[in-house]
Unconditional design. Structure first.
Length: 152
């Protein structure tokens, strides 16, 4: 549960849901290299993501999550899988308009189709090559936090 490097207050909030430590580190590195002002909150499973998005108990006083500009979501997650998490995000009024980019290793047509049917904004297969991975995630960060115009 870490945040990435320190950025100015106008930094776009990004929720990264990733359980693989190597992919997590590469994604954070790519977002830093993209030079977009982002503040990344990392959660490592679907249950932790739900707690972050819809706080309960002792964390109920946390600031609302309406400032989130992007959720980057792996599909294969422990506790609550990515598709189930995506369904909950898109069916909740508080979070339904937040763009969700599925960033996964799966090339299965079933996963692609199900992700879009559940409301994914984009589906990206993680490139295996280091440089392509960095370039791909950098481009995602730039597009979704700087270029994309969300509804007000």
């Amino acid at each position: 549960m870490a945040t990435s490097s320190v950025h100015p207050p106008e930094a776009a909030e990004v929720l990264l849901v990733e359980d693989n430590p190597n992919d997590l580190e590469l994604t954070l590195r790519a977002l830093r290299q993209s030079k977009v002002a982002v503040s990344v909150r990392v959660v490592r499973d679907g249950a932790e993501a739900l707690e972050h998005l819809y706080p309960t108990g002792r964390s109920i006083n946390r600031q609302g999550k309406s400032a989130l500009k992007l959720i980057i979501l792996d599909l294969k997650l422990p506790k609550v899988d990515g598709i189930e998490l995506l369904k909950k995000i898109k069916s909740n009024e508080q979070t339904s308009l937040i763009p969700v980019v599925v960033l996964t290793s799966s090339r299965e047509e079933r996963d692609v189709l199900q992700s879009y049917q559940c409301g994914a904004s984009s589906y990206v297969v993680k490139p295996v090559e280091f440089e392509r991975f960095i370039d791909t995630v950098s481009a995602l960060g730039i597009y979704w936090t700087s270029l994309n115009q969300p509804p007000l």
